[in-house]
Design a protein around this ligand. Structure first.
Ligand code: Z5A
Length: 213
């Protein structure tokens, strides 16, 4: 008997919104329920993707064109979908992904002003229908996220952008959430981490109800 297909959950949000913190909590919550899962991230998650990540986050790469940045995000994604996400879901594993395609709409679309129609074209080609079952968007004022992230040492190539860039990113995420209210669950990330985790686990109820008993 083949295992039922796994569920695909992505986490999104601006800098310092608490994705890594929430991922650790969610992972424990799901594993305690006997769910086998794969945790991964974008850009990255495969040897090719991690090499792409090193390029796009390297502060020395200041000449990177917005178009190049967009294509590199999708190059990493193409590899992740084929090497990790699709095989895991087919084997019945759940996938928890720290950012996915919505980040390209928010950062390269909202932040860098790349045409959304072009991003949608790339999504159709690269993701080929591989969409999350649930996307948890951690929404936080830009200043609060940046304050949390401060003190982690040197900023990467994207973190050095001005507040206005991150305001556009936040607006881009909210626009995505408004456009797909069934897939997105927006969480007020200014709440304590324990409340954020509880809210996220409640958002999983529908997916958990589909598990065989
Ligand atoms: N990017 C892109 O441009 N296009 C794309 O298509 C994709 C990505 C896929 C990847 O960075 C970069 O790539 C990202 C977007 C771009 N650039 N930026 N900026 P990333 O995702 O690896 O890293 P990040 O966005 O910079 O995440 P982060 O700063 O590491 O934040 P986080 O994981 O969301 O937060 P955290 O590490 O869990 O928490 C930050 C701090 O806050 C930490 O000290 C926590 O203890 C604390 N924290 C967490 N939750 C709370 C609560 N609830 N209350 C108080 N304090 C908290």
């Amino acid at each position: 008997m083949t295992a039922p297909r796994g569920k695909f959950i992505s986490l999104e949000g601006g800098e310092g919104a608490g994705k890594s913190t929430l991922l650790a909590g969610l992972r424990g919550f799901l594993e305690n329920r006997g769910i086998r899962l794969v945790q991964t991230r974008e850009p990255g998650g495969t040897p090719v993707g991690e090499a792409v990540r090193a390029i796009v986050l390297d502060p020395m790469m200041h000449g990177l064109a917005a178009e190049t940045e967009l294509l590199l995000m999708f190059a990493s994604r193409a590899q992740l979908v084929r090497e990790v996400i699709e095989p895991a879901l087919a084997a019945g594993r759940w996938v928890l992904c720290d950012r996915y395609v919505d980040a390209s709409y928010a950062y390269q679309g909202g932040g860098r002003g790349q045409p959304l129609a072009r991003i949608a074209e790339l999504e159709r080609w690269v993701c080929a229908g591989m969409a999350p079952d649930l996307t948890l968007l951690l929404d936080l004022p830009v200043s609060a996220g940046r304050a949390r992230a401060a003190g982690r040492g040197e900023s990467d190539r994207i973190e050095i952008e001005a507040d206005a860039f991150f305001e556009r990113v936040r607006a881009g995420y909210r626009q995505r959430a408004a456009g797909e209210p069934r897939r997105f669950h927006v969480i007020d990330a200014s709440q304590p981490a324990a409340v954020v985790l509880l809210t996220a686990t409640q958002a999983l109820a529908t997916l958990l109800a589909e598990l065989p008993r």
